[in-house]
Design a protein around this ligand. Structure first.
Ligand code: NAD
Length: 310
């Protein structure tokens, strides 16, 4: 059987496929046209947050049985088109959790202690000590939007490591043991935005979450508060955020994800000092990539062997 690996995955995962006798075709991030050609003849395809597996791509496939996402978000895959053709879509949802949670905390510190700003200034030859008056995390209120795997892990580090107060908003109440462990209070979104010193976003991008944080919601936040987004860029209205940052409705933002990726050069966000930006590196660790690659390859091997035996 043939597996198209259309994004970089860990070497151990590639080895696993080859050792199980699969023919592996490797092409890093093909364009839609290239993918349409490559997909015609394969049984499985593995992607990460790229490339896009569009309806056109899925309709061009003749043997495809399964699409594997080495990671969590499935927004680059046309799930409806896959369902219509009876193609399974699998992911590795827990692989990046720790990595994204640790980056989220890192971004909070980078922004509140002005680490990225200080580093930029120092390289320009400026000893910006006076401009780098920061704030601590200890005792502050963390507002977690989306208390799933990543949100919970961020709250754990914040509560146990920094003694922060945890409030969260989610469509589902999180398990009572977690609420007890973290002394976490479930609140509505507006209350969270009004009370939190740090708002951190961990909901998936869905029609209901697109621009969940818009002008009206940003205006509810404290002027001293910051917004951290390591989920998906589309959850925040970028135009409104830029306005909020320029006009001082909030103190700053730390973003790993953007409505348009890669973020275009000279984008207005890059001109602001109260912003820390990273290029979608949440899951970019050796550990997360190894876990994601191995988890998805094992799931695909399992799925295809069951198909053969049926
Ligand atoms: P998860 O499914 O465990 O948690 C998401 C939570 O959001 C759930 O508790 C769910 O109930 C809640 N939710 C869903 N819709 C909601 C709504 N409309 N309003 C309020 N809450 C809602 O997912 P996770 O593993 O914690 O990942 C969260 C997101 O992080 C992913 O969807 C992905 O987009 C993003 N992510 C980013 C990176 C990165 O590189 N920066 C890496 C991995 C995941």
């Amino acid at each position: 059987m043939k597996v198209l690996v259309a994004a970089p995955i860990h070497d151990k995962a590639l080895e696993l496929l080859k050792n199980k006798g699969f023919e592996v075709i490797y092409r890093e991030y093909p364009s839609e046209e290239e993918l349409i050609e490559l997909i015609r003849d394969v049984d499985a395809v593995i992607v990460r947050s790229k490339p896009m597996v569009t309806r056109r791509v899925i309709e061009a496939a003749t043997k495809l049985k399964v699409i594997g996402r080495a990671g969590v978000g499935l927004d680059n895959i046309d799930l409806e088109a896959a369902k219509e053709k009876g193609i399974a879509v699998l992911n590795a949802p827990s692989a990046p959790t720790i990595s994204v949670a640790e980056l989220t905390i890192g971004l909070m510190l980078a922004l509140l202690r002005k680490i990225a700003f200080a580093d930029r200034k120092l390289r320009e030859g400026v000893w910006a000590k006076k401009q780098c008056l920061g704030t601590e995390l200890r005792g502050k209120t963390l507002g977690v939007i989306g208390m799933g795997r990543i949100g919970t892990e961020v709250a754990r580090i914040a509560y146990h490591g920094f003694k922060m107060k945890i409030i969260y908003y989610d469509v589902r109440r999180c398990p009572i043991e977690i609420e007890k462990e973290l002394n976490a209070k479930c609140v509505d979104l507006d209350t969270l935005l009004r009370e939190a010193d740090i708002v951190t976003i961990h909901v998936p991008l869905l029609p209901q979450t697109r621009h969940l944080i818009n002008e009206e919601k940003l205006k509810l936040m404290k002027k001293t508060s910051i917004l951290v987004n390591t989920a998906r860029g589309g959850v925040v209205d970028t135009e409104a955020l830029i306005k909020a940052l320029k006009e001082g409705w909030i103190a700053g933002a730390a973003l790993d994800v953007f409505e348009e990726e890669p973020l275009p050069p000279n984008h207005p966000l890059t001109q602001l000092d109260n912003v820390v930006l990273t290029p979608h590196i949440g899951a970019n660790t050796i550990e997360a990539q190894e876990r994601a690659g191995i988890e998805i390859v094992n799931k695909i091997i399992d799925y295809l062997s069951k198909e053969v035996n049926n």
